[in-house]
Write a protein that binds this ligand. Structure first.
Ligand code: SAM
Length: 233
């Protein structure tokens, strides 16, 4: 038997590509976005009472990694990409039905949309449902997960003077905490685990409408080189 689902809205996110998105929500509190409802969910009735809630669960589709053939085992990046685990032991994006879930901060309720932060969602992500976070039921003090027992260790993120000035300028223009967002994402070290790049190799990612470039002057240190307005935004 098959069931069909349809989005209640879509995410407009700071993240314009999958690369450098943190692996879970709240690793980058400065990661902000907007959930734009589609009719009929853009009606105020649908969010009445949500002002009593600080955080919400989002159920969404990993729309950029949907696959026809289900995988039983996956190689989570968290384990360096060289150890496989059962798909149900992971939060991998490649999974049956392609459903993701994230607890995010609800910053504001506006007509037809919600302002969110701490997100780990790509721009355009279709959202299937929203549920209020219920601390007494959802936060389990005795819970453990020995595969992912703590947030990943961050690596140092350095700035060139030029990049720091550019981040402040673009952050003001966008009215977004851009410098914090860049640091919070890059300290997660987005490069694939097996890559040991030479210092002259430049990496880049688009956040909001800017392209951020960096390199690795040492194996586990990032230096941000420049931040430029994207050409084709
Ligand atoms: N918190 C969610 C969960 O546990 O279901 C997502 C975890 S998943 C490991 C996080 C990664 O999903 C991000 O680093 C990003 O690369 C990827 N991602 C986010 N939105 C996506 C989308 N719409 N389609 C495909 N991949 C996406």
């Amino acid at each position: 038997m098959t069931y069909s689902v349809s989005p209640i809205g879509h995410i407009r996110s700071c993240f314009k590509e999958k690369f450098a998105i943190p692996r879970q929500p709240h690793l980058a509190p400065a990661a902000r976005g907007v959930l734009e409802f589609v009719p009929p969910f853009d009606h105020p009735d649908a969010v009445q009472g949500l002002e009593h809630v600080s955080h919400v669960w989002l159920l969404f589709l990993f729309h950029q990694t949907l696959e026809e053939k289900p995988r039983l085992k996956v190689r989570p990046p968290r384990l360096g990409g060289n150890r496989s685990l059962g798909v149900f032991a992971t939060r991998a994006t490649h999974r049956p039905n392609g459903i993701g879930q994230s607890v995010v901060t609800l910053d504001a309720i506006e007509p037809g949309r919600l302002r969110l932060s701490g997100i780990d969602l790509l721009d355009g992500t279709p959202v299937l449902d929203i549920k209020p976070y219920v601390p007494y039921a959802d936060a389990i003090p005795t819970a453990f997960n020995t595969i992912a027992s703590a947030p990943p260790d961050g690596i140092p993120v350095l700035w060139t003077h030029e990049a720091r000035v550019q981040a402040e300028q673009h952050g003001k223009r966008l009215n977004e905490p851009l410098a914090a967002l860049i640091e919070q994402c890059l300290t997660q070290d987005p490069r694939p685990a097996y890559q040991v790049p030479p210092p002259d190799r430049r990496y880049g990612v688009r956040l909001w409408d800017v392209d951020v470039h960096w390199h690795y002057p040492e194996s586990n240190v990032i230096r941000i080189l420049d931040i430029e307005r994207a050409d084709n935004d």
